[in-house]
Ligand binder design. Structure first.
Ligand code: SF4
Length: 207
């Protein structure tokens, strides 16, 4: 997961498990990848993750800054007691009377809900910490240089809460997801070399 900066370790506090925000992204991208990276703690960088880390270092180079008419704070650590989540937000932006998270991603918007769910979860953490309502966030795609608005609709919030529940179940021993090869998803995946989804499918199919 490009630029997460979050470890696969789970904090052991009030909740039995505090799930990293970036694990939600991994889970929505591919449940097996979340299992490998966050439950097993196996992590391997590839060219895509390293590029992502470098680009995130640029985003985080200043702790605070003013951009046009907004005030930005970078690398903001957040936690939700309600959802048992912990992690960081690339940028928290304040503009007029509004405050919202901005997540930076390498590349372009994909076909999965992973980035929207991650920024929604960030918004839920921030709202809980600040005691304020937060109705939207943004994802900035470095590849297309486009900032996409993510509205925290009831449907997206429900999907976010479901992902939290499903991922927590995985940590607690739910059946391991079966890896399945998909071209656009698996080729840039950092755990492709030991996931081996095509080979696994052949073995599962049997002789
Ligand atoms: S290689 Fe494909 S199936 Fe395996 S973890 Fe990555 S995205 Fe999932």
């Amino acid at each position: 997961m490009a630029g997460s900066g979050e470890t696969s370790n789970i904090m052991d506090e009030g909740y039995d498990l505090y799930i990293p925000l970036s694990a939600l992204n991994a889970y929505l991208y591919c449940p097996y990848r979340a299992y490998v990276e966050y439950v097993l703690g196996e992590w391997e960088d590839n060219v895509f993750t390293i590029e992502g880390e470098i680009e995130h270092e640029t985003v985080h180079s200043e702790k605070e800054r003013v951009v046009d008419d907004s005030f930005q704070t970078t690398r903001v650590f957040v936690k939700s007691e309600a959802l048992g989540l912990v992690g960081q937000i690339d940028v928290v932006e304040e503009r007029a009377a509004e405050i919202y998270p901005v997540e930076y991603k390498k590349g372009r918007q994909g076909r999965w809900l992973n980035d929207q769910v991650q920024v929604c979860a960030q918004g839920l953490c921030l709202a809980e910490q600040l005691g304020r309502e937060i109705s939207r966030g943004y994802v900035w795609y470095m590849g297309s240089r486009r900032r996409r608005e993510v509205k925290f609709t009831p449907e997206l919030m429900a999907a976010t809460e479901k992902a939290c529940r499903d991922l927590r179940a995985l940590y607690e021993g739910a059946p391991v997801p079966v890896p399945a090869y998909r071209k656009g998803r698996c080729d840039p995946c950092s755990v492709l070399s030991f996931c081996l989804p095509r080979e696994t499918a052949i073995l599962r199919a049997g002789p």
